[in-house]
Ligand binder design. Sequence first.
Ligand code: ATP
Ligand code: MG
Length: 354
Amino acid sequence: MPPELIGRDFVIESFVDGIENGPGAPERLMRITGARGMGKTVMLNELGRIARGHGWVVIDEVASPGFCSRIWERLMPRNQVESLRFQPSILGISFGEVETERASLTLREAMAAQLKGGKGNVLITLDEVQDSSLEEVRALAVAIQQVIGDDLSVAFVFAGLPSMIDRVVNAKALTFLRRAVPEDLAPLFPEDVERSFAETIGASGLAVTSDAIDIMVEAAAGYPFMVQLVGYYGWQAAHKRGSTVLELRDAEQGVVAARRQFDRMVVEPALQNLPPTLLSYLLAMAQDEGRPSKTGAVAVRLDRDLTELSSYRSRLIKENVIQSRTRGEVEFVVPYMADYLNQHRTDLLDEMGN
Ligand SMILES: Nc1ncnc2c1ncn2[C@@H]1O[C@H](COP(=O)(O)OP(=O)(O)OP(=O)(O)O)[C@@H](O)[C@H]1O
Ligand SMILES: [Mg+2]
């Protein structure tokens, strides 16, 4: 967990409203979206911690195959799981229509048992929902819908990359999930990042100069994972030279190290498996140096038709690499991707065989 969740009070307050206002409160069904590194997982952890503090049973799962079985096992008293383990699986990973219904019913019964006729409370959190099996999500969603319908005290918070909305939330079979209160984790405000740097660096026993904070805030670009990296490497630079003050030079050194790490951990993995056609689209976008690109301008740069390129664009949106917040414009989802592409343009083109 980060020392402090910066700038996310609103999400937390909304969740707390949900658990305090009882069954039927809309915030008991919540979806969290955000780019990689935007803080979805730590948010789920935090909400789980809060719910436990209210005496709730919390089941936190990742939406990889078999999550319905895992949730079910955690709902069941241990002795019953043991005795059922060797029976033909009711919650197997292969999901036909019949299995979904059955899995749903089984989950519903297990939840109802855990909720002891209205005396208990259960929160289920589900992470990485963007690539999950729709059948499994449906089995769980139907069960939760019914338990809520029975006025029992359950809350469900699920999180995923932005592509989760199209693929899962708007899926035909899953209308129930559309009711979930949407929380999109946006970049953090610079003032919040600044305050957090001042507090956390102060708490670590170092003083920090204001010019150092300024460049750290700028380099963090409102991106939580980058905040973490910049703070850590800046602190390390000061610490290594035995200083009690984090100065401009430490901040500068920290930013360089943080950028290197960020490229390795976020930018490169996101680009890794893209085919050359999509990479060339991104390289054309990168000419705008991180500002939003007009799709028309990208087409001109690639000397291609706008309509021809629309499938590239939707693929890249689906892969969570770019987003389109304004009609006719596209932009990178994570910071520094344009920089990276521009810095490695020649190598990338070579690898692509141009
Ligand atoms: N609000 C926040 N304030 C401070 N640090 C944060 C905040 N949100 C996230 N972080 C830090 O940013 C990093 C990334 O967070 P997290 O792993 O939750 O992102 P994510 O959205 O789940 O990413 P992914 O899609 O890759 O799973 C972590 O190191 C986390 O501690
Ligand atoms: Mg995560």
